[in-house]
Design a protein around this ligand. Sequence first.
Ligand SMILES: [Zn+2]
Length: 321
Amino acid sequence: MYLFDLHCDTVTRLHDGERLAPGDRSLRQNGAHLALGRMACYDWCQCFAIFMPDEYRGEAAVDYFESCYRFFTGQLAENADLAAQAFTAADIREIISGGRCAALLTVEGGSALAGDLGRIARLRECGVRVLTLTWNGKNELGSGMACDEGLTPLGREALPLLEEAGIVVDVSHLSDSGFWEVQKRARRPFIATHSDSRAVCGHGRNLTDDQFRAVAAAGGVVGLNFSTHFLAADDPDPSYAALSAHLGHFLALGGEDAVALGSDYDGTDVPSWLEPAERIGGLYGRVKAEYGEKLAHKLFFQNAMAFFERYDARGEPPCGM
Ligand SMILES: [Zn+2]
């Protein structure tokens, strides 16, 4: 089974050691949701986010990013038989065909730039391919869903520079006004790495129908988030039917080529039947049974893969389409 997951927080969780024993923090085998050794049965690409907590700003944010980056590259070096960092779409294909996990580095929180757009070059040098502009709070680039102030002047300036550097803009967590500013100003496709449907579950982290259509129309993809909090309002352990309701809604909006996965493993609570991450194969079986194999493959791999291939080839449809 081919798998392309647009978001997990495993690197940050292992780096920080949150709720883990000291000997339990290897990317290979651990007490976290996701481990390379347990996922080796899949042909897969995993986006590993460096999650930037809102309490780090300025130099503290830079130090935190660099520390997580060292952890990420160190873990990949120790586990070179199981994974390798991918810098391009072509790398992803090649690493997967060699039987290893293609690890794509992403950053969740524009605070990693510490207000200095010159640091975009540093992120690019590290192989960062996606930047989630904000987390829930406000940072130098804009406001997350906790308030609704949109992008800052620096955030507006950052957009074309990120696009030029080949760093995909991610609108998950962004405030609604920030979302629409990105939509108006973007010249390249943008994505929502880990967000569900607000029409199905009315959480501010989820996308409205208009937002979903806007991401798709710009040539982007939306990763379905497994978070129990975003799948269902009043159910601590949502069933497959709850997840399928989000998928079905996105498909009804015409999203067959825009739906992808953004599990949020190690960043949130996920349904018991999806934990730990290797149980994701069970979800593939359910989706295949309900929607057919073609759609299951698009959701699990093809749409996200095709997105990065289009992005790298600059063959995306013009913005505003
Ligand atoms: Zn997140």
